[in-house]
Ligand binder design. Structure first.
Ligand code: SF4
Length: 354
C-alpha cells in the first residue's frame, strides 16, 4: 500500500520511526514535497482563520498527497513524554482534517499518548504502532513487534545523525541511502581521529560541547522543528544565516537528556514536550557559553511559542546574550523579515561577541 505522510508538523521529529515501521510491513511511504507558496495557499483555503500557520501548512501537505496515495497517515498526538503534553492543536488535527478534507483517501489515525504507555520507555509509540498495524490489516503481534523495533532503530539512527550535525532534511534523505551515510560517518571519524591525534571527538554541538575551533559565529535558532526546518515557512532562514557566515545551532544538536536536565532546574516545570526541550537547549548552551545570539522563531498566535520565547529571553537578557523574536504568519513580508535578520547579525558582529 502507498501510505502518504505529510511533510509538516512533527514530520521533522518522528517521521523516521513511522517510516521504519511502515516499510517493515512492505508499505511504500510517500512524503509530500517541499512547502511552496501554492501549497500554502491550498492549505489556507481549507483551514479556519484562527489556525496557526504550521497547521495551515499541514493542510496543504495533506491535500498534496490526495491523488497519489492509498491512505494518509495521521497520528493524533497527545503526549510525547510522561507528564508532558503537546499543543491541543495536534490533538484536534485528525478531526479537523477529516471534517475539512473529505476528498482525502482513508486516514490511518492513531493516538500517541505517553501517559497511556503500554511499553515502558516507548512514549506511547508501542500502543500507536499496534493500532496502526490493525488499521492497515498487517501481521501478527510478533510481526508488529519486529516492525516497531525497525522503527525505533531508524529513529535512533536519525537522531544520531542530528547530533552529528546533519540537518533533519539531509538526515531523512540519508535514511534512504544508509550505506553511504555509514561510510561517510566512518570516514569522518577516521579523519577527525587523525586530526586529533587519535583522541575521540565530541558529537556536533552536543554533550561534549562545540568545537574549540569554531569556524563561524554561532546563532541558536530556537523554535518548533516544523518552524525551524521548513524553509517554506521561515523564508529560507537557515540558508540565509549560513550565507551571512553564521553557524546555526538548533535544538536537535543538543542531546535530549542534557536539555531536559537543564529544563528541570527551572522553578516551575514546563509541561509542553517540545517547549521543555527548547528551554533546556538554550540553558545548556548558555551555561557552556556557546552562543553569540538567539533567534526565536515563532508562529503568530502560538501560545506555547510566546511562553517559551519569554522564558528564554529573560535568561538571555540576564546573561547579556542578544535575543530576537521573529514571528511569522502568511502575511509576513520577506523584505521586512530579512531586514530584521540582517540587522541582528550586524549587531552581533559589532558587539564583538563572535
Ligand atoms: S505549538 Fe503553536 S505553532 Fe505548533 S501547532 Fe500549536 S499553536 Fe501551532
Amino acid at each position: 500500500m502507498r501510505v502518504g505522510y505529510p511533510r509538516a508538523l512533527l514530520y521533522y521529529h518522528c517521521f523516521p520511526f513511522w517510516k521504519g515501521f511502515l516499510e517493515h510491513f512492505g508499505h511504500q511511504v510517500c512524503v509530500s514535497g517541499q512547502t511552496t507558496k501554492k501549497l500554502l495557499e491550498s492549505g489556507i483555503e481549507k483551514t479556519v482563520g484562527e489556525a496557526c500557520l504550521p497547521v495551515k501548512i499541514f493542510f496543504g501537505h495533506a491535500l498534496a498527497l490526495k491523488d497519489s496515495v492509498d491512505a494518509v497517515f495521521l497520528p493524533r498526538l497527545v503526549s510525547l513524554e510522561q507528564k508532558t503534553y503537546i499543543c491541543p492543536k495536534f490533538m484536534g488535527l485528525p478531526s479537523m482534517i477529516r471534517a475539512s478534507l473529505p476528498e482525502l483517501p482513508p486516514l490511518i489515525e492513531v493516538e500517541v499518548d505517553a501517559r497511556k504507555d503500554g511499553l515502558r520507555g516507548s512514549n506511547g509509540l508501542w500502543r500507536a504502532a499496534c493500532d496502526a498495524a490493525v488499521q492497515l490489516g498487517d501481521g501478527s503481534a510478533r510481526q508488529t513487534k519486529a516492525a516497531f523495533h525497525a522503527g525505533q532503530s531508524m529513529q535512533k539512527e536519525y537522531e544520531q545523525m542530528l547530533l552529528a550535525g546533519l540537518d533533519p532534511n539531509q538526515a531523512i534523505a540519508s535514511l534512504d541511502c544508509r550505506d553511504s551515510w555509514d561510510n561517510r560517518e566512518r570516514d569522518r571519524q577516521r579523519s577527525s581521529g587523525r586530526r586529533n591525534g587519535g583522541k575521540a571527538e565530541g558529537r556536533g554541538t552536543g554533550e561534549s560541547g562545540l568545537s574549540n575551533n569554531m569556524p563561524k559565529p554561532n546563532i541558536l535558532l530556537l523554535g518548533h522543528p516544523y518552524n525551524v526546518h521548513d524553509g517554506g515557512f521561515n523564508l529560507g532562514l537557515k540558508t540565509r544565516l549560513s550565507g551571512m557566515h553564521f553557524r546555526v545551532t538548533t535544538m536537535e544538536s543538543v542531546p535530549a537528556r542534557n536539555a531536559l536536565y537543564e529544563a528541570d532546574k527551572l522553578s516551575k516545570a514546563i509541561f509542553w514536550s517540545l517547549g521543555r526541550r527548547m528551554v533546556g537547549t538554550a540553558m545548556h548552551l548558555f551555561a557552556a557559553e556557546q552562543v553569540a545570539g538567539v533567534m526565536h522563531l515563532a508562529a503568530f498566535g502560538c501560545g506555547p511559542d510566546s511562553m517559551i520565547g519569554e522564558v528564554v529571553e529573560r535568561e538571555a537578557r540576564r546573561l547579556s546574550i542578544p535575543f530576537i523574536s521573529l514571528v511569522l504568519d502568511e502575511h509576513t513580508g520577506e523584505a521586512g523579515f530579512l531586514t530584521r535578520v540582517e540587522a541582528f547579525g550586524e549587531m552581533l558582529t559589532r558587539r564583538g561577541r563572535l
